[in-house]
Design a protein around this ligand. Structure first.
Ligand code: MG
Length: 271
């Protein structure tokens, strides 16, 4: 299923997307409340409404902070070297365990809505395309072999990041990544059964039509199974929890800049 949360004629709805139309589910509770028991789309047999006629919201509004993996693609890790303010985050080697941080719940935003630039707080809002995992079944100390059984589905996410806010407040991530609406999610939540191999998905980002990121989830250093196993060690995951799995490196810039030292081309922090 491709599930959506949306506003139709002023009413908040949940539905299943088929092609370019969205069909109302019989159960209109928020998706996050339906995840635990499974979503029944059999009643969604109405004619549907064109997607272009509704306002898409984040497919799920997380109840708890959105968990993020700090870096998970080698190219992105290399981009951040020397820019992390020293200390733990500035190590020269990829860590042996995934780095975790969170974004506040109010960071969640619809996939196409206008977003505040927060210009009074930051002048450097950056983008990070990521595969988001939505937990479907609660668990702690989940083994890697069982991890995907706890996944309800997947979304596209953009881990928008205020870079100088990260630096200004001690090189942390939370404040710089938790400004209101700095985590667009969706447009849809795709259920696990539709994604036979989540480690073989294309992932990319275009900004004003320019391709900035183009990679595959096959390039993750820590696959989803490992992320869930490590995150759930001694820490219970709940249905509806959202986990962002890290962002790939950015595309090489225009060939004209090829001779410019890397540190000048990429004024970009890590995460
Ligand atoms: Mg990120």
């Amino acid at each position: 299923l491709r599930l959506a949360s949306y506003i139709e004629a002023g009413e908040r709805r949940v539905g299943v997307v088929r092609g370019e139309t969205v069909h109302r589910l019989a159960d209109q509770r928020p998706l996050i409340e339906q995840i635990e028991t499974g979503v029944d789309a059999t009643g969604a047999a109405d004619a549907g409404v064109p997607l272009s006629a509704v306002i898409l919201e984040p497919p799920v509004r997380p109840r708890r902070n959105i968990v993020c993996v700090g870096w998970n693609y080698l190219a992105h890790f290399d981009e951040g070297k020397g820019k992390r303010g020293g200390g733990l985050q500035d190590g020269a080697e990829m860590p042996e365990h995934p780095a975790f941080f969170t974004k506040a719940t109010f960071a969640a935003a619809g996939p196409f809505e206008d977003l505040p630039l927060h210009a009074h707080v930051t002048s450097k809002m950056d983008w990070e395309a990521e595969l988001a995992v939505v937990i479907g079944r609660a668990g702690a100390d989940i083994a890697e072999a069982d991890a995907l059984q706890h996944v309800f589905g997947y979304m596209v996410a953009n881990d928008l990041s205020a870079r100088e806010v990260q630096r200004r407040h001690g090189g942390q991530w939370f404040k710089g990544k938790s400004l209101d609406k700095c985590c667009p999610l969706g447009p849809v939540l795709v259920t696990r059964d539709e994604v036979p191999d989540p480690q073989a998905l294309a992932i990319g980002c275009r900004v004003n039509g320019v391709e900035k990121q183009k990679a595959s989830t096959a390039q993750m250093a820590f696959p989803i199974t490992r992320i869930i196993a490590e995150l759930s060690a001694g820490m219970t995951l709940l249905p509806g929890d959202v986990i962002l799995t890290g962002t790939p490196g950015r595309c090489r810039l225009h060939p004209r800049s090829a001779g410019v030292p890397r540190r000048r081309r990429h004024r970009r922090d890590l995460d």
